[in-house]
Design a protein around this ligand. Structure first.
Ligand code: SAM
Ligand code: SF4
Length: 330
């Protein structure tokens, strides 16, 4: 198969992030407001529609799909969906991002269904701070999920932490210790200004360079040119060869020039760039043309020609995109 989607700047689109639900059992302070209204069910893509979009992208050169949300594991039927997407001919890897709360029971079924790698969010190792950041999360349950994922047969398990001053910035080294002692990767993410979450974000912003300096006070860091097909830059630790430390820095290190991905929201809106509003309504096309994919492909190609060159977030700035992260699939 040599069909390949390209944008107007010649960047090949090989990576699709699919949000399978906007719902979640957590209410993380950087992602959601405390009191969220979720989409009515008929506005969310059905499992069959998600599968059809996935198949269309894979038939046109997408090699990697990440299922995300919201919390992907609160969607009924998620394991079966994974199994069907993982089996699409031409797909190199199906991966997932989860908050870990359901992995105690689902890690093994997901690995058996063909999910290759699992990213798990873990912002704090202190139960009270964890609860304060996630508003509803139970640290012990997530740690049990991480444990289950570590032995479920995934090729890799990676932790993700959004670092915020006054919340968990003092735990950066503890989180690295936790990851390396288990042979896991960990990525530190700069908070992005998505959605109005009821507080100013500038106050808590923590740059990747600051995080890296904290880690370097404890560990010998070795720069690495490794890529996982996503936006993270990696370093290795001299004494812990099994783990990689990633930095996802939308503010301080613009990663747009190598952008190879698009996102599909839970309601079927294809977002060409996380930092812009332009998008296409795939749900309308899926429902208008149940039998033929050509109109979808035409719309996709026309939209890709308009994919922006870069995003335009600013540090601690105003909210520029009114979507919440859970709706766009982080
Ligand atoms: N519920 C899953 C989870 O938490 O891992 C998957 C969806 S979540 C939206 C995906 C990732 O986006 C998580 O690692 C989360 O920490 C991150 N995230 C959410 N809101 C963010 C924001 N405003 N800035 C940076 N990262 C954010
Ligand atoms: Fe839920 Fe993930 Fe958003 Fe937290 S970051 S509220 S776990 S979707």
């Amino acid at each position: 198969m040599d069909r390949q989607l390209q944008d107007g700047f010649g960047r090949s689109i090989e990576y699709l992030r699919l949000s399978v639900t906007d719902r979640c059992d957590f209410r993380c302070v950087y992602c959601m407001a405390e009191d969220m209204t979720f989409l009515p069910r008929q506005q969310v893509l059905s499992l069959e529609e998600i599968e059809r979009v996935a198949a269309l992208f894979v038939a046109n050169g997408v090699k990697k799909i990440r299922l995300t949300g919201g919390e992907p594991l609160v969607r009924q039927g998620i394991v079966g969906l994974c199994e069907r997407i993982a089996a699409l001919p031409g797909l190199r890897e199906l991966v997932m991002t989860s908050n870990g709360s359901q992995l105690g029971k689902l890690a093994r079924p997901l690995a058996e269904a063909g999910v290759k790698r699992m990213n798990i969010s873990l912002d704090s190792l202190d139960a009270d701070k964890f609860r304060a950041i996630t508003r509803t999360g139970d640290l012990a349950q997530v740690l049990a999920g991480i444990e289950a994922a570590s032995s479920a047969g995934f090729a890799r398990v990676k932790l993700n932490a959004v670092v915020m001053q006054g919340r968990n910035a003092d735990e950066v080294v503890d989180l690295v210790d936790f990851a390396v002692n288990r042979g896991l990767d960990i990525s530190f993410i700069e908070e992005m200004p998505l959605g109005e979450v009821g507080r100013s974000r500038g106050e808590s912003f923590c740059s990747s360079d600051w995080v890296r300096e904290r880690i370097a006070e404890r560990y010998s860091l070795v720069d690495s040119a490794e890529q996982s097909g996503g936006p993270a830059r990696y370093v290795r630790l001299k004494d812990f060869p099994d783990s990689r430390i990633g930095f996802i820095s939308p503010h301080s290190h613009n990663f747009c020039s190598t952008c190879n991905r698009v996102r599909l929201t839970a309601e079927g809106r294809l977002l060409l760039c996380l930092g812009h509003e332009n998008s296409i309504d795939m749900r309308a096309l899926l429902r208008r043309y149940p039998e033929t994919d050509q109109p979808l492909l035409d719309a996709l190609q026309a939209a890709l020609a308009r994919k922006p060159l870069r995003h335009e977030f600013s540090v601690g700035g105003e909210v520029q995109v009114l979507r919440f992260m859970n709706a766009s699939g982080g």
